[in-house]
Design a protein around this ligand. Structure first.
Ligand code: ARG
Length: 460
């Protein structure tokens, strides 16, 4: 294919330059958005009398045909076209002649690409948002089944205080709510139409930018033509929101990896969502969660690529910016892949309540409650803390637990102790008593579940 700019040049480009310059292998995925944008642009050109109205209708029609043909696989991308924008324009011109050549009036590839990426990311944000909501539903369902499943909460990966499995799960539900919020925020800031910015300094044609913006369902137009074509902060913002989302998925994955180890055995993955070993017959490996943990680094890398790519660019467009697409596409693909696999893995895993409870019983996680018992009887907290520490040491020495330590051992350390200590330190009491807003008591967790369900409904 001859170059659009052949008039200015006396030589064909070196084939290595063509290959190096080309972005069609990866920007072809924006064909739908490129066509949508061109149809809106052509419609506006016709309405404003910049091109003939009938020609504008023909252009829009033919672009519709091109879309259908690409979609059905009938029309293949030409690897020699520099990018998706050039390919579609050339295809249109081949079919319509002069009318096709008029499409690019009052437009540059610089505002065209800035538009296409926004349209593309807007669609993908909606897809990711849907997947995160599905994950929220899965978590909430699981939590509803486990509001009374006692387990230990951890700090430093050391058993700390009793909670329930539902409480633990709902922590992730809260994080994901904020992820949804961040995606929404990102979409809101990106949703301004840059078309009309031209190459950098807008255009002298009497275009109607608002009309294009309305046709493409933007919230308005970008207000500075240099900014419109040269910032990619919306890509960076999205990559950053996706990095945070991946960080959450990665922590959740790390816990699942621990929980299905023989040491914990809190959960068992469904056979369909685990893998075996080629040499060790006993193995059932949590590959999915490990891959999610691993792929998190990849999304962070995409964010780093974008930040670094942009940091030294003078205004306005520079070709460096073509590198935005592979990075943000990779981040999107990775997040979607991870969510799509994580959701069914989570909904099919089996929870071993008994092992959760046994682990909780052995870790002195009721020690705080034992100290609180003394405080409630009138002892200052620091003294109560010290006596409880001595009791724990005694239990370790005698290889027993606070629940099984005889009352006379308690009473030797403080006269405040009575038989009601056993009820006060039972794991169920410990959980039930923590019923403040945000706590692990079943009623408090049910409140969290209702909160998340409500948020998901309102924001739909
Ligand atoms: N393929 C280019 C990109 O992705 C389109 C914009 C090209 N503009 C230019 N002046 N070379 O950035």
């Amino acid at each position: 294919m001859g170059k659009m700019w052949a008039g200015r040049f006396s030589k064909e480009a070196d084939s290595r330059v063509n290959d190096f310059n080309s972005s069609i292998s990866f920007d072809c995925r924006m064909f739908k958005q490129d066509i949508q944008g061109s149809i809106a642009h052509a419609t506006m050109l016709g309405e404003c009398g910049i091109i003939d109205k009938e020609e504008s209708l023909n252009i829009a029609n033919e672009l519709g045909n091109i879309f259908q043909e690409i979609h059905s696989g009938e029309l293949a991308f030409d690897p020699d076209a520099e990018d998706i924008h050039m390919f579609i324009e050339a295809e249109l011109t081949q079919r319509l002649g002069d009318a096709g050549k008029r499409l690019h009036t009052a437009r540059s590839r610089n505002d065209q690409v800035a538009l296409d990426i926004r349209l593309y990311l807007r669609d993908e944000i909606a897809n990711i948002d849907k997947l995160v909501r599905e994950l929220e539903d899965t978590i909430v369902k699981l939590a509803e089944e486990h509001t009374e499943t006692v387990m230990s909460g951890y700090t430093h990966l050391q058993r700390a205080q009793p909670i329930t499995f539902a409480h633990h799960l709902m922590a992730y539900a809260m994080m994901l709510l904020r992820d949804i919020d961040r995606l929404d925020d990102c979409r809101r800031r990106m949703n301004y139409c840059p078309l009309g910015s031209g190459a950098l300094a807008s255009t002298t044609y009497p275009i109607d930018r608002q009309m294009v913006s309305d046709l493409l369902k933007f919230d308005g137009v970008t207000m500075n033509s240099l900014d419109g074509v040269s910032d990619r902060d919306f890509c960076i913002e999205l990559a950053s929101a996706l990095s945070i989302l991946m960080m959450h998925l990665s922590r959740f994955s790390e816990e699942i990896i621990l929980w299905c180890s023989w040491e914990f055995k809190f959960i068992e993955l469904d056979d369909a969502f685990a893998t075996g070993s080629s040499i060790m017959p006993q193995k059932k490996n949590p590959d999915i969660t490990e891959l999610i943990r691993g792929k998190t680094g990849r999304v962070y890398g995409d964010l780093q690529t974008l930040l670094t790519m942009m940091k030294g660019l003078s205004l306005a467009y520079n070709k460096d910016m073509q590198e935005d697409k592979e990075a943000i596409f990779d981040a999107i693909d990775t997040v979607k892949l991870c969510l799509t696999t994580f959701i069914p893995m989570l909904s099919t895993m089996r929870v071993n309540k008994e092992n959760m409870r046994n682990a909780a019983a052995k870790g002195f996680i009721n020690a705080t409650d034992c100290a609180d018992y003394l405080v409630k009887k009138g002892m200052p907290f620091r003294d109560a803390y010290k006596i409880t520490g001595q009791l724990v040491a005694l239990c370790i020495e005698k290889n027993t637990t606070l629940e099984n330590l005889p009352i006379y051992e308690y009473q030797q350390l403080s006269g405040y102790f009575d038989n009601d200590i056993y009820k006060a330190i039972s794991l169920d009491t410990c959980v039930m008593q923590r019923k403040v807003v945000g706590g692990p008591a079943p009623e408090a967790v049910k409140q969290q579940i209702e909160y998340v369900k409500g948020k998901l409904k309102v924001e739909e």
